[in-house]
Design a protein around this ligand. Structure first.
Ligand SMILES: *Cc1c(COP(=O)(O)O)cnc(C)c1O
Length: 392
């Protein structure tokens, strides 16, 4: 089976983790701040808070921005459920903005229209979470202009996006947002096994998130609200969580960061090979905006004939190619359907996008030959499903 995603682990990664195992610190040692520093340097943000997943990072990012009961958070329906669940964890409501039919990313025009309606009803969102699907940046210039105009905060869910850029600004630099979140799950660009990070240029937000990741507890003298009682003294100032990343995870992530550019370049080269090969297939590649450089987390195509998708998916899997579908619209999930009032057709572009997409394998262990094989299988199967469809 050719997997759709796969981590790249080399001997330096293994050595880095073993070194931590033999050291004094398995958690909260020197590797976590070193990993944070490496990610700050690679992305251009001033502060980074490493946590045990991007889901946790999204949660503390919402809390740091003051999301709570009575607030509304908006995100894209074409995303992993965590981008929406983080608002619910805070006791807030979540709502969805329809996507651009070409990129599958949050549509700035739909966002503006929805904001105008929300404003007239006095129900503007506190935070909006655009998601850089496939690693392709959203139209952040337009979205951040709306954030200033309507007075909401922005969290970029860049779980797919580390190593990419938009308008010459690196994703993670927070040039267009308050906080950017990365995921280091093994299928993503860089991995720390489980892990995530929240980046920001605000020292105040960074401080809040650092407190929230560790029980709301601080040991920093500068942050104490009372005189110290001795060296053992610490203060719990908020109700936080145990969302800490371990030094084992950070050592792996730090070692991987040395290859970030190679990972992104390899993915871009494979995307080029795919694009050329797919020219003879009736499907269009989901491409990044022209003023951006994508990390190419996912190679997604839109099929001209949505009706073929299920058959093609099954046939590709039978031929040993692990295709995927990213993503089923979040608000149509059973949990959302039974707890919230989202009707089918709520975001029509997202639902159409979902019906027609197929994710093809893309990771650093693929070769040009395997890309050619995948595309030739796709073409052959499309031709044969088109023929069997003829009678319907
Ligand atoms: C993977 C992913 C997440 C969650 O990441 P974890 O690190 O597994 O918590 C959130 N949002 C998107 C878009 C993702 O792809």
């Amino acid at each position: 089976m050719i997997p759709y995603g796969k981590q790249d682990i080399n001997q330096s990664d293994i050595d880095a983790v073993v070194e931590v195992l033999q050291s004094d610190w398995l958690t909260q040692g020197p590797k976590v701040p070193a990993f944070e520093k490496a990610v700050c340097e690679a992305s251009g943000a001033n502060y980074a808070v490493a946590v045990n997943s991007a889901t946790s990072a999204l949660h503390i990012a919402c809390l740091a921005l003051g999301v709570g009961e009575g607030d509304v958070v908006w995100t894209s329906p074409i995303t992993f459920v965590a981008s929406a669940n983080c608002a619910l964890y805070c006791g807030a409501q979540v709502d969805f903005v329809d996507v651009d039919p070409v990129t599958g990313n949050m549509c700035a025009v739909a966002l503006e229209a929805k904001l105008n309606i929300a404003q007239s009803q006095g129900k503007l969102p506190k935070v909006v979470i655009p998601v850089h699907l496939c690693g392709h940046s959203c139209d952040m210039e337009a979205i951040s202009r709306l954030a200033r105009e309507f007075g909401f905060k922005l969290i970029e869910d860049a779980s797919h996006g580390i190593g990419g850029s938009y308008q010459g600004k690196r994703i993670g630099s927070c040039a267009f947002s308050d906080i950017t979140v990365f995921s280091f799950h093994p299928v993503k660009i860089v991995t720390s096994a489980e892990g995530g990070m929240a980046l920001t240029n605000s020292s105040e937000l960074a401080e809040k998130m650092a407190l929230l990741r560790s029980h709301g507890i601080t040991k920093a003298a500068a942050l104490m609200t009372r005189p110290t009682e001795g060296d053992w003294y610490y203060e719990q100032q908020q109700l936080g969580f145990n969302y800490r990343m371990t030094d084992l995870q950070a050592a792996l992530g730090l070692s991987q960061m040395a290859r970030l550019e190679t990972f992104v370049q390899t993915r871009n080269e494979l995307a080029d090979t795919y694009r050329d090969a797919l020219a003879q297939v009736s499907a269009s590649v989901v491409e990044p905006l022209s003023d951006s450089h994508s990390a190419w987390h996912l190679m997604m195509v839109r099929l001209d004939v949505s009706a073929q998708r299920r058959q093609l998916f099954d046939a590709m899997r039978r031929s040993g190619i692990q295709v995927q579908v990213h993503y089923f619209p979040v608000y149509l999930q059973p949990y959302y359907q039974s707890n919230y009032q989202f009707q089918e057709g709520y975001c029509p572009q997202a639902e159409q996008f979902y019906q027609s997409i197929l994710t093809l394998p893309l990771h650093c262990h693929l070769t040009d030959a395997s890309v050619q094989f995948i595309v030739s299988q796709l073409k052959a199967l499309m031709d044969s499903t088109a023929n069997t469809d003829g009678g319907h």
